[in-house]
Every structure is written in C-alpha cells, then in structure tokens.
Design a protein around this ligand. Structure first.
Ligand code: V47
Length: 370
C-alpha cells in the first residue's frame, strides 16, 4: 500500500475521501469543502493532507530570512479593538521614529546580515506623505541592497488620501523612493460583519482587496495576512481565504499567506481566550489546502510561539518568519515569545522538524542551504 493509498483510506474512514482525492490530484477545493475540513476533519489527517500539498510545492524545504522589524509610529486614529499597540494622537506613550533614527536602527543591525527591513506603523494623521518617502529613502541611503518591505494596504490608503496624487502616482513615488514590496497586515478578517464590530474606522475588506490590486498592478509584490481567533467564525476564515485566492488568480501578486494568531492581553477584547494551539494548526492546514495558488504559507513564530510554529511545519507551513529582532505590536498584546530569534535557533527548529533549512531573500530565492 502506498502512503497516498493509506491517506485515502484514512480519509474514507473520516468521510472526507472525496476531498482527499481532489487534494491528491491537485483539484481546487470549494468554500463548502474548506468549511467541512476546518469544522470536522481530524487534526492529524488535516496535517497529512496539507503536507501532500506543501511537499508538492516546496519539497522538504523550510524557508526563513534575516529581517529587522521597525514599527515607525504607534500613534493611530483607527481605534481597532484588537490592538494593544496603538496610542491616540496626543495620548501619553505615543512615538514617531524620525528617518534618522530609522537609519540608525538599520545601521546597527547590518552586521546581523539582515537582507530585509519590514516596516509598518499606525495611521498617524500628523505624518505628511513626505515622511513615508523619507523613511524609505533613509534606509536605502545607508543600505542600498536591503529589501524594504513596508506599509500595509491601510497605510497606503492613508497615503493616497494625503498625497494629492492619484493612487498609481502615489505608489510610483513610493517605488521611486525605494519601496520593494508591501507586507500583508491590516486585512484582519475580510468580513463586513467583523469590520463593523472591531475596526469600523479602518478600511474594510473591499478596500483592502482593492489596494492590494493596485499594489500588484504597480509591479510590487505583497503578502496577505489573516487575524484569527477573536470573534470571527471558522466560516469567515474560509471565506477570507477564498477572497484572497480570487485576487491571486487575477494578479498573482501575493508571495505568501501569513495567518496571525490573536493575542488578547491589553486590548478591548481581553476577555477572549485567543486561539488554542490546535486551532492554530487547523487554520494553517486549511489555508495550505484552500490557497492552491499561493506558493508559501508563513508561520509567524512571534504570535504562534516558536514551538507551535515548528509543529506547523507538519501542517502545511513552509516558511518561518524570520529573525525579526524587534517585534512590538504583539508584545504589547501580551506575547511572551522572544523579540527575535537567531539564525541558529531558526535552523535548530527547522532541523528538529525533520526539514531542510533554506535561507531566502524577500522573493524566496535561496541564498544558502543550512
Ligand atoms: O496588521 C494587531 C495584527 C498585524 C494584534 O506580511 C495583532 O509577511 C495578534 O501584519 N494579536 C501586524 N495580532 C503584523 C503583520 C505581519 C506579521 C508578520 C509577517 C507579515 C508579512 C505581516 O498584527 C496587524 C494586525 O493584523 N495584530 N494586534 C493582536 N493583539
């Protein structure tokens, strides 16, 4: 009996053999099938099914990169209920990093061999468009070869509002300043219901998708996130994945999908428990199965913990983000994980999962096998 026959036998026993057969031959799953899997499929079987897809896509590799996170301001006027990082304009504890400080942070970390700066911030109404261009220029001035992955669709929407340029011209100006790609934050859950309840002042699902479309049309690639484990339903998670898949069919611009596990501490939702490890793994596995046109599923160890992120490598994830070095957003929300991991620690986690560590650049080109 081959291992695929064994898998199909187990799937038949669990009454998902029709779905398993589609997965084995690479046929796209429907929304209803995704829902059946996330609601009812046995966890270990989900892991095996997701592993069929991840092996087909990347073999035994697990990717990681050396990145530095910079959160340039925590001042934000969006009042999202899930956020512990933000300070209202004028509130104590707010900060803005000047371009020179950002430059200093980058210079300080160049000796770590970083290849990417991942920079995001709150929506601070006092920042002019020039500030965003200057931050990117400041990084490129001292590190011209560093990949600048910066500004979520939410920040890009703010820049389009204040730049007095068209959306296309706004993105062109950012590209000319040195922007190389955009991170996937701010999507939260692509659901009108959750948008209304948790972050009504921020752009909603349709606008987030539209800005991503513009980013991809401008020639930049991006990632896509999903914040889960708060008030959303599993059905809304699967619907989120389907909407991303449709946009990816159209543009091909997403490099990876990044599920983000909700951390409730110090937020307006602190009464919620946050997702369990099993829910993390179910979500990652179903994402790997639904997002057939995404090359990579990223395990963000900062939110998952390094241990759950490592186990997720047997549930469809193939990318560990990254050295990180300086995370603040989720640490304000109670994360007990380290603020960064060394390359040796990442390699140790990947090898311990029985996979092949591959250091990558921001476009998933392999720089070094470990
Ligand atoms: O947009 C905010 C989320 C995001 C909380 O693109 C929270 O490769 C959990 O987007 N608990 C920022 N999550 C992080 C992010 C990201 C991370 C890693 C890789 C990439 C990528 C993107 O964090 C925000 C928001 O969705 N967030 N508050 C919280 N309490």
């Amino acid at each position: 009996m081959t291992s695929l026959d064994w898998l199909l036998d187990r799937a038949a026993a669990a009454d998902v053999d029709d779905i398993a057969e589609k997965i084995c031959v690479g046929t796209r799953l429907s929304y209803e099938e995704g829902l059946r899997l996330i609601e009812h499929c046995d966890l270990t079987l989900l892991g095996w099914l997701a592993t069929v897809v991840r092996q087909r896509k990347v073999g035994d590799y697990v990717f990681f990169n050396r990145n530095l996170r910079i959160d340039y301001t925590n001042i934000c006027n969006k009042r999202c209920l899930f956020c512990a990082f933000d300070r209202l304009p004028g509130e104590a504890g707010g900060y803005v990093l000047e371009p020179a400080e950002i430059q200093r942070l980058v210079l300080e970390h160049l000796s770590h061999g970083i290849t990417e700066v991942h920079m995001v911030g709150g929506i601070n109404p006092r920042l002019p468009f020039r500030y965003y261009l200057d931050t990117v220029r400041a990084i490129k001035e001292v590190a011209p070869n560093i990949h600048v992955k910066a500004f979520t669709a939410v920040e890009i929407a703010q820049m389009i509002k204040i730049s007095k340029l068209s959306p296309e011209e706004t993105l062109l100006a950012l590209r000319e300043a040195g922007l190389d790609s955009c991170p996937g934050g701010g999507a939260e859950i692509l659901s009108e219901r959750v948008h209304k309840e948790l972050y009504p002042l921020k752009i909603g699902p349709q606008q987030w998708l539209e800005i991503q479309r513009l980013i991809h049309r401008s020639g930049l690639r991006s990632t896509a996130t999903m914040l889960y484990g708060h008030i959303e339903t599993r059905a809304e998670r699967v619907a989120h994945m389907v909407q991303l898949r449709e946009l990816q069919d159209e543009t091909g611009g997403f490099l990876a999908f990044v599920p983000l596990a909700f951390h409730p501490d110090n937020t307006e939702l602190s009464q919620l428990p946050g997702p369990t490890g099993v829910e993390d793994l179910r979500t990652i596995a179903v994402a790997r199965l639904m997002l057939d046109n995404f090359d990579h599923i990223k395990a963000y160890w900062v939110m998952l913990t390094p241990k759950v992120a490592q186990v997720s490598l047997a549930f469809g994830a193939d990318d560990l983000d990254g050295t990180v070095i300086h995370e603040t957003i989720v640490h304000e929300a109670g994360a007990k994980t380290p603020q960064g991991l060394s390359v040796e620690q990442l390699v140790h986690l990947i090898r311990g999962a029985g996979r092949r560590p591959a250091e990558r650049d921001s476009h998933y080109r392999v720089l070094r096998e470990w």
